[in-house]
Design a binder for this molecule. Sequence first.
Ligand code: KG4
Ligand code: ZN
Length: 324
Amino acid sequence: MIILGIESSCDETSLAVYDSVNRSVKATFTSSQAELHSKFGGVVPEVASRNHILKIESLFEQCMTEAGITPQDIDAIGVTNAPGLIGALFVGVSFAKALGYALKIPVIPVNHLSAHILASELTNQELKAPYLALIISGGHTHIYDVDEAYNFELLARTIDDAAGESFDKVAKMLGLGYPGGPAIEKLAESGDENKVTLPIAIKKKPDFSFSGLKTAVLNKINDKSESDADIAASFQKTVAETLTLKTLRMAESLGRNKIVVAGGVACNGYIRRAFMEKQGYEVFFPSPRLCTDNGDMIAYAASKFFGQRKFASLDETAHDRMQQ
Ligand code: KG4
Ligand code: ZN
């Protein structure tokens, strides 16, 4: 089957063509709005929606050319319908429904977070559930259990800021640009990660909390006694310790030894190494390109969900929050 994947939940418009028989991505094109939003220090929803509208059609045409197919060759369309910015989601969902209607092919609504997790299977083709999955993105920090039948059970989540959001906020406080994650990672390379002591919040609980850490960093910045690089390195180390501690403890309690770490923050080399150094677990990551938002993971998720026949009708809509 040839599946078109459409992602427009935040600030990336991304479309991809996935061939589920050969398990290969035949084309993928992404238009990132990061530069556009960087002057505002974060994503402006209205600007995001407008730019998805401006880009989506040409990305679709580029995909057809690159994959060497016509729209009539597409068998199904996968589209992110939740969670995300509502106006941004509407663009992808409306495009998918119109195309599906015109071509008389099914449209499969895809949960963005499930797709982030499944992206690890595109990179590691031998990987199969069951596994425990940590998703660390700009909007979410969730631990899911994924069973043999690919049921996703939410086990823990952040009670305030997401991991990526904390990177973005700390970067803003240090005067670095948006998105903050890559900028912090770069600055941290020249810092001493053991110089500044920072707290791990609600250490004994399964849930995450990053807002106290953000405040502790702000206090250190205001003190002016530590260098920015030492603060960045110590912050990154504390986030890595928090994520590994809580994820591994959950894996141990469920007897899972396979762990997937996905989402934009999983691009971070320091955090990847922190997980890989832990003994007794097999840890899988999507490739860095597949950690951030992409159409590939949406098309792949749709191929996995196709058998469940949860097809969208014309009144299918988008949801800014998860339907749970
Ligand atoms: O998954 P994603 O592309 O979009 C959402 O669904 O949110 O994640 C974006 C987040 C941003 O907060 C960004 O700062 C973070 O991922 N990020 C990183 C790195 N690259 C991206 N965080 C830490 N280190 C990185 N290298
Ligand atoms: Zn995402």
